[in-house]
Ligand binder design. Structure first.
Ligand SMILES: [Fe+2]
Ligand SMILES: [Fe+2]
Length: 174
């Protein structure tokens, strides 16, 4: 059974993951508008992944006999000054999400909820990857600076990103 406080916190995290998806979708739209289709592809796939994160928590709440309560989504920003600005904001956003996951882990420890603690470890590892992915593009964009040939090449590279394979039948561990 899910503790009430944990249920509320997990529901809040569903909202945060869906908001992340919304932010990345807004960034995808922004990049489509700039004809940077590779950047847009990267953002669309990221938006799908965030949606999967939300669904992972959704499924877990039900598995533990809790209830999902969906909340209003905040409108995402729609404008960024440059590709670097968008990716820097992505990176900062992921750091914020990592902090939220850490808080959930702290709560699980406080109330000795080992099942949720164990469930959250997937997210702890995922956030390491998410921060690294965003930061790597930030660093590339810093190197590129105002060089449009470099931007074009990075766009081609980001076009290669593929959606992650669906999780196995246990629903975790991709
Ligand atoms: Fe996420
Ligand atoms: Fe994320």
């Amino acid at each position: 059974m899910l503790n009430e406080k944990m249920e509320a916190a997990l529901n809040k995290q569903i909202n945060a993951e869906l908001y992340s998806s919304y932010v990345y979708l807004a960034m995808a739209a922004h990049f489509h508008g700039l004809n940077l289709e590779g950047f847009a592809n990267w953002m669309r796939i990221q938006a799908q992944e965030e949606n999967m994160h939300a669904m992972k928590i959704f499924d877990f709440i039900y598995e533990r006999g809790g209830n999902v309560r969906l909340m209003a989504l905040e409108a995402p920003p729609n404008e960024w000054d440059s590709p670097l600005d968008a990716f820097q904001q992505s990176y900062e956003h992921e750091r914020k999400i990592s902090g939220m996951i850490d808080e959930l882990v702290n709560l699980a420890l406080d109330i000795k909820d080992h099942a949720t603690w164990n469930f959250l470890q997937w997210f702890v590892a995922e956030q390491v990857e998410e921060e690294d992915n965003a930061n790597r593009v930030v660093e590339n964009l810093k190197l590129i600076g105002d060089n449009s040939a470099g931007l074009f090449m990075l766009d081609r590279e980001l076009a290669q990103r593929q959606p992650e394979a669906e999780a196995g039948e246990d629903g975790g561990g991709e």
